[in-house]
Design a protein around this ligand. Sequence first.
Ligand code: UDP
Length: 370
Amino acid sequence: MYHIQHECASLPVFAGRHAIRRVYEWASDQKAVGGSPDPMREDMDKVLVTGGAGYIGSHACKALKAAGFIPVTFDSLVTGWRDAVKFGPFEEGDLQDRARLDEVFEKHQPIAVMHFAALSQVGESMVEPGLYWRHNVGGSLTLIEAAVAADCKKFIFSSTCATYGDQDNVVLDESSPQYPINAYGASKRAIEDILRDFEAAHDLKHVIFRYFNVAGADPEGEVGEFHQPETHLIPLMLDAIAGKRAALTVFGDDYDTPDGTCIRDYVHVCDLVDAHVLGLKWLQANKGSRVFNLGTGSGFSVREVLDHSRAVTNHVVPHEIGARRPGDCTKLVSGSSRAMEELGWKPKRSTLDKMISDAWRWHQNGHYSN
Ligand code: UDP
């Protein structure tokens, strides 16, 4: 394809047997990225974003677009939202559908994959482990095989601190042993192993990010967190404040922590996705494969999160103390210096107050209906 220069824009000229279809695809891509015809479009690399209609994936798409990439969302919409796909083309599909994946790789020729799509509820994974092994591991394996077959060998994977398990009040760094205590964490650890095997056999270069607790929302309000059902602490708390649900149940206050409630390391979703763009650039610079924790190194208990929420929103969070939730670790706090030192990552927005206030703004004004 080449371009004809007009006064206001440069329009592509398509030739050959599939010219009409390609014009149509180009035009619909333009519409999807919300832009007018752009002379640089031809040079913009595409990144396949699985789960791009979900919470973290949609924020990643926004960050990728801002960094000059075209994010192509691949999502089944089982838990994602079509309304959240705002920054690039959308391809509906299931990760276990190899033929559909092949078609999407062929159509878009992405230079890399960012793989967010997954089931991610710790409690559910304890009750329905088969779902997690089939969907997370089976789906990821199909995706990885399709990527390798399409010669797309840069892969960014969203893993989790749940792969470390319960390790008695230590700060977890990337070399800490991985002993997951729930099926969610075990499924993510298995995918990490698959990536290592595929690097050895097929040179699949990858960056694995082990997330701690992701929170907050896009400060501009274009995308945010909207799970159904919701199981995460901060959105549940905000729902309880807004009267959208009954009091929050604190899952146990008899843990071995200063106030008896579990401790987590919270990271702002916008900081988290910034790290993914840096990870992509790391892969483009051929620096090899690497694992990075994404957290701040500061832990907050459930009670401390409740206190901050009251201060930020000016509302007391209605809550009661309940039983422990099966699968919960006592304390998960990240040693994150590797991402800061090697990727140059700076978590600028990851204070508890900023995360809660951005989430609160989204919570009051933003939602998806479709
Ligand atoms: N939590 C809680 N009540 C809830 C949801 C979560 O007390 O309704 C606690 C949970 O036990 C954990 C922390 O909040 O200690 C964070 O849980 P979340 O589900 O948000 O993330 P996870 O750490 O499981 O990934």
